[in-house]
Design a protein around this ligand. Structure first.
Ligand code: HEM
Length: 420
């Protein structure tokens, strides 16, 4: 067996906070490897990148997500009762429910319709510029809450949008910033528990087939039991939070359109064939999840390295989608690459790799891609908006990343070509 290369420093936590998305790839490049050992928060960790590493994370048995994230990140993103913390048959069953809810063509079309309507209401009569990410976060919150089936009388959309955004914004920041977001998340969970309880005791009625009903009333675990109210609230948040989070990529779509006016012009003229390639390239190029964690429930031999049971592993999602061996000239924006989530491969992995039904790959990729395609159509054709600035930067040291300064949109008095 080969020895796993090691970093020279005792602990790399400060380097990770400093280097952000580039942390794993910087060390892989320095050591000439796709795997190395280090310590984070004084805990031994094995960092990996590339197609074979993704195959281990999303294709092998005995690789669990339990115990693989610091607890603040776990609580903000998934929580202990969520599908991501399940393994084996329990995971497959819960995951099948997510796939039914989030990957069904008619269901995705219904969400898109709500997204379009809320977008048009938001922007049609607006006279002033606004922050694209903030606006999209509110629009997506309204659209997803409608789609899930949460009655408008039981929601405060502005507050809900703020709380959902906070959970994502604060994942990369340990300490008091994350604690505040945790308090905010706890409030959301309590609010969702009251809705699930009202549905179960008959004091609330919602439409057949909506996600709220399917999670709270219809779903049964392998032993025939429904989810607890708390678990149902966690899974409802597992739809609300990530759908609102697509707003971060909406901002990057805005930046990509502003930087590439030739594409904007094509889409403005109704040449829609390449929209999917365009938004898939946005998902590849612009950062979101830097890496995912896993723990080995049993030892594994991986490409000649022995990984003992209990090992804590990190898979470099950002580094893999920027690896020049997999994506030539990886810093170039090239929609012609023709990438698509439908290939279910282990290379293009911004939301995980492999098959979603049998692994922890994200069940929300279809929704994400369709929302981003609709964003392009809205921004370029249906209701053209002016996008500024063209020269925003994307600092990789801040997780999660955003354009700096923020992308703004406003009434386009000179027509669709004016991105300045
Ligand atoms: C905003 C864009 C999104 C990004 C960047 C993203 C990213 C990811 C990633 C990297 C994973 C894999 C985690 C792992 O391997 O442990 C994941 C899992 C998951 N995502 Fe997404 N996601 C997004 C949108 C969505 C949407 C729209 C939904 C809901 C419809 C969703 C629901 C989930 C769920 C429930 C899981 C856990 C799956 C499992 O453990 O089997 N995500 N996501």
């Amino acid at each position: 067996m080969k020895a796993i290369p090691q970093t020279s420093s005792l602990d790399s936590t400060l380097a990770l906070l400093h280097e952000g998305y580039a942390f794993i790839s910087n060390r892989c490049d320095e050591l000439g490897t796709d795997i190395f050992q280090s310590r984070l928060m004084l805990r031994p960790v094995v960092c990996m990148r590339g197609e074979e590493a993704a195959r281990l994370f999303y294709g092998a048995d005995g690789v669990t997500r339990v115990g693989a994230m610091p607890w603040t990140v776990l609580r903000l993103l998934q929580d202990k009762d969520s599908v991501q913390q399940l393994d084996g048959e329990a995971h497959r069953r819960r995951k099948a429910m997510f796939i039914d809810i989030a990957m069904d063509g008619a269901a995705v079309a219904a969400l898109l319709e709500r997204f379009r309507q809320h977008w048009l209401v938001h922007f049609e009569r607006r006279k002033e510029d606004c922050d694209l990410r903030e606006a999209a976060n509110l629009i997506l919150t309204k659209a997803s809450a409608d789609w899930i089936g949460i009655p408008p009388s039981r929601r405060d959309d502005v507050k809900l949008a703020r709380r959902l955004a906070l959970m994502i914004d604060r994942t990369g920041r340990p300490g008091p910033a994350a604690w505040l977001a945790l308090v905010s998340r706890r409030r959301l969970e309590r609010w969702l528990v009251t809705i699930v309880t009202a549905l179960r005791d008959g004091s609330l009625e919602v439409a057949e087939g909506c996600a709220l009903r399917r999670i709270s009333l219809d779903y049964r675990d392998a032993d025939g039991q429904p989810m607890s109210e708390e678990a149902a609230a966690v899974e409802l948040l597992n739809l609300l939070r990530p759908i609102a989070a697509i707003s971060r990529w909406v901002a990057f779509v805005g930046l990509a359109l502003a930087r590439n006016p030739q594409w904007r012009e094509r889409f403005g003229q109704g040449q829609d064939d390449d929209i999917e390639g365009f938004v898939e390239e946005v998902r590849r190029l612009y950062p979101f999840f830097p890496f995912v964690g896993a723990r080995l429930a049993r030892s594994q031999d991986w490409l000649g390295y022995s990984l003992p049971e209990g090992s804590w592993l990190l898979l470099d999602l950002y580094g893999t989608t920027h690896d020049p061996r997999l994506f030539p000239s990886p810093t170039n924006f090239s929609p012609e690459r023709g990438l698509t989530w439908r290939d279910l491969d282990f290379r293009f992995i911004p939301q995980g790799g492999g098959r979603p039904e049998s692994s922890h790959r994200c069940p929300g990729e279809k929704i994400t891609v369709e929302i981003l395609k609709e964003t392009v159509k809205l921004l370029c054709g249906i209701l053209p908006l002016r996008i500024t600035p063209v020269n925003a930067d994307v600092p990789l040291s801040i997780i999660p990343a955003s354009p700096v300064p923020a992308i703004r949109v406003g009434p386009d008095r000179a027509g669709p070509r004016s991105s300045a």
